[in-house]
Design a protein around this ligand. Sequence first.
Ligand SMILES: C[S@@+](CC[C@H](N)C(=O)[O-])C[C@H]1O[C@@H](n2cnc3c(N)ncnc32)[C@H](O)[C@@H]1O
Length: 225
Amino acid sequence: MVNKKEERWQLAQLKEDSFWRRDNVLDSQMERVLSRYASVISEISQSLTPDSKILDIGCGPTCVGQLFVGGSKTYLDPLMDSYLKTHSERLPDGKKICSTAESIPEQDESFDVVLCVNALDHMIDPAAALQEIRRVMKKDGMFILGIFLHPAPIAIARRFIEKRMPFFREDAHPHSYALNHMRKLLSEFFSIHREIKVFRKNTALVPSLHREDWMFICKKQDSEA
Ligand SMILES: C[S@@+](CC[C@H](N)C(=O)[O-])C[C@H]1O[C@@H](n2cnc3c(N)ncnc32)[C@H](O)[C@@H]1O
């Protein structure tokens, strides 16, 4: 039986699927990916070996994980079957899995790097997804999260609207976070090693309402542990 959370998520996924079917959307989204994440990923690539195993969760058709130089790549997305039809010629080589992050069909401790860009706030249950990500990471593995964050009052207002005023909610994003929310959630599962602000959307009128795109580099445990 589909519960309320899943029903809400399925609606978000319908929006998501139609978004990625628009003309030229992949080109414009690749520009976002390259301008915001390429330099951090290229820096991290230097610490990887050719046999490093990389998992890109909620990869979309942009498959940000393809920016890693070397390594063997696995791409997971619940809309993978749709992307394989609409963007087949643009998807990179690598294993493709059609599944959610809440239930990753991979063995414990099998990945050196897990990447999740602009997808956690789209999921059914982000905490369950983080738990699964932790499970599939090797002991000394790395988790790289890319996420849009809102100023705290905006994130709180969005959560209230999501719960109490669904008519006004933003259908594609069931979850909204501010920087303090994200630090708290991540700290339940990982130790945060670096935080990088990769983009700030300028709204000339009200600077305090800027939405920002952040990257968090996390480890499964403290390096001294
Ligand atoms: C905005 S797109 C981001 C795609 C890509 N990572 C990027 O940055 O261009 C969000 C992706 O998250 C995926 N997604 C939604 N719910 C998910 C879940 N429960 N587990 C894994 N991925 C999910 C969607 O299908 C969609 O492809």
